[in-house]
Design a protein around this ligand. Structure first.
Ligand code: 13P
Length: 288
């Protein structure tokens, strides 16, 4: 069933685990993520970036596909359909299209403008029963052409945005999107603790750039109040690897191995396996 993400994240915060946000890119991705989470009995947030939404021909298409697939597959775990790093207009578009959750990423604006725009979207989202995530302190790395510097968020600014009534908050703590560089300094737990102290115990925090963070750092982040972890790149890497191996082994040339249902099957299975591995680390299995 499609639900907004507030309750599942409040439960995760209370239960000391994190709900995975797996980003989706197409039908195969969505199907694999849903099947993995159903099998593991894990709640899940399906993340859709502005670029992925455009790729899939628009948010209306995505919402219709996810709703129908959830039903046709008989999914019983809670599923939230969430806009990832949304623009201000994107937030409105997704509310209208039937998303159950949105993120407004105003981290590249001045804090005044971020506060002003977040406040307006919080009102619009809540009027529609949609949950909302805001961001303070840009996440490093590159996503859909947006390059962040990986700064640590200012706890005072986090408090200003938290007080607007957002349901969960993404705050930079040295995390970056994409593959972590060799010389990455790791997560700043001092920053995380300082943010938590300022915003209070009840607001779930979101960790972006979940691909490639060592397990001990993930677990420590969860113990300090992270309740949602976003994973995109690692699913892309395992999909690409499995597909490459299939083609390099010449399997697309054997029989009807070129049939997309066969060609894409190893990649789809690799996504299922990777989702299950993440769920095990995040502790969200059997929490649906
Ligand atoms: P990764 O691509 O590094 O896993 O980050 C995903 C993310 O944070 C989406 O918002």
């Amino acid at each position: 069933m499609l639900v907004n993400a507030k309750e599942m994240l409040q439960k995760a915060l209370a239960g000391h685990y994190a709900v995975p946000q797996f980003n989706i890119n197409n039908l195969e991705w969505t199907k694999s993520v849903l099947l993995a989470c159903e099998e593991a009995k894990s709640p899940v947030i399906l993340g859709v970036s502005m670029g992925a939404g455009k790729y899939m021909t628009g948010f209306k298409t995505v919402a219709a596909m996810v709703k129908a697939m959830d039903e046709e597959l008989g999914i019983t775990v809670p599923v939230a359909l969430h806009l990832d790093h949304g623009t201000f207009e994107g937030g409105y578009d997704c509310i209208k299209a039937g998303f159950t959750s949105i993120m407004f990423d105003g981290s590249h604006y001045s804090i005044e403008e971020n506060v002003e725009k977040t406040k307006e979207l919080v009102k619009a989202a809540h009027e529609a029963g949609v949950s909302i995530e805001a961001e303070v302190g840009a996440i490093g790395g590159e996503e859909d052409g947006v390059v962040g510097m990986g700064e640590c968020a200012d706890p005072e600014e986090c408090k200003r945005v938290a007080d607007l009534g957002v349901d969960f908050l993404a705050a930079g703590i040295g995390n970056i999107h994409g593959i972590y560089p060799e010389n990455w300094a790791g997560l700043s737990f001092d920053t995380l603790a300082a943010i938590k102290e300022k915003i209070g115990a009840d607001l779930p925090l979101v960790l972006h750039g979940g691909s490639g963070i060592p397990e001990d750092q993930i677990k420590k982040a969860i113990s300090l109040g992270v309740s949602k972890i976003n994973v995109n790149t690692e699913l892309q890497l395992v999909f690409a690897k499995a597909t490459r191996e299939y083609v390099e082994a010449g399997k697309d040339k054997q029989g009807k191995g070129y049939d997309p249902r066969k060609l894409l099957a190893p990649g789809a299975q690799a996504i299922i396996d990777e989702c299950k591995a993440k769920i095990a680390v995040f502790g969200s299995a059997n929490k649906a």
